[in-house]
Design a protein around this ligand. Structure first.
Ligand code: AP5
Length: 207
């Protein structure tokens, strides 16, 4: 297993999931993603209610629950790519206490592109792979037929997620701009072009 400790930041739909998957494969890293972990436990009863209630409204799930998920996942991984966390300043403080980061990737994408990407996203429920109705559909007809749309990818919820991102997570990005491993990536390019830039940045900072 690789030992690179990588954080990937960006708005909903910026391509974090798409690129994290490639990073995990290329460098043999654990893909730690709070979104998937919460979707797997969406009906878990907690003192604050279930994750589902927050996710379907496009709101952040309470910090205590998410911090615990991340701490447990990072404690069992040497190298990782962390995707979807931290999303507010209190999560930043928590993360600083439990780990160090080698590389901080920031995928930048305009708001119109984000809405198009999320509304057009389809997910393979068997593999978790993401596709897009216009840019990237699977060749296999069987896979095409089983694709589903995520509950929070309806346009109204997408807009609320983008508002929550602007309010809570943009200050997180401002915070990491001073980190020595920080690199801004143009996320509007094709997935392969984005990947080339990411790979170069990671190799430069971890060689
Ligand atoms: P989460 O699952 O983390 O969602 P997100 O951050 O909103 O990110 P997405 O998965 O929507 O986008 P992505 O950047 O991964 O994009 P993707 O690669 O799929 O969180 C969901 C919810 O969980 C939150 O709203 C919150 O309620 C809760 N939650 C999670 N973490 C939390 C935390 N830390 N604290 C509190 N609550 C938390 O790409 C999108 C689409 O675009 C795909 O269709 C893809 O095929 C396409 N695409 C990707 N790249 C390109 C490209 N370069 N060109 C063209 N199309 C592309």
């Amino acid at each position: 297993m690789g030992d690179q400790q990588i954080l990937i930041l960006g708005a909903p739909g910026a391509g974090k999931g798409t690129q994290s998957k490639r990073l995990a494969e290329e460098y043999d890293l654990e893909h730690v993603t709070t979104g998937d972990a919460l979707r797997e436990n969406r009906d878990m009863e907690t003192e604050h209610g279930t994750p589902r209630e927050y996710m379907e409204a496009g709101e952040l799930v309470p910090d205590e629950l998410v911090n615990e998920i991340v701490e447990e996942a990072l404690s069992s991984a040497d190298g990782y790519v962390l995707d979807g966390y931290p999303r507010n300043e209190s999560q930043v403080e928590y993360l600083q206490r439990i780990t160090d980061l080698d590389v901080v990737l920031h995928l930048e994408v305009s708001e119109e592109t984000l809405v198009d990407r999320l509304a057009g996203r389809r997910v393979d429920p068997e593999t978790g792979d993401n596709y897009h109705v216009e840019f990237d559909m699977p060749d296999d007809e069987e896979v095409r037929e089983r694709l589903i749309q995520r509950e929070d990818d309806q346009e109204e919820t997408v807009r609320e997620r983008l508002r929550v991102f602007e309010e809570n997570t943009e200050p997180v990005i401002d915070h990491y701009e001073d980190h020595e491993g920080y690199v801004r990536i143009d996320g509007e390019q094709s997935p392969d072009e984005v990947w080339e830039e990411i790979k170069e940045a990671v190799d430069e900072r971890t060689a």
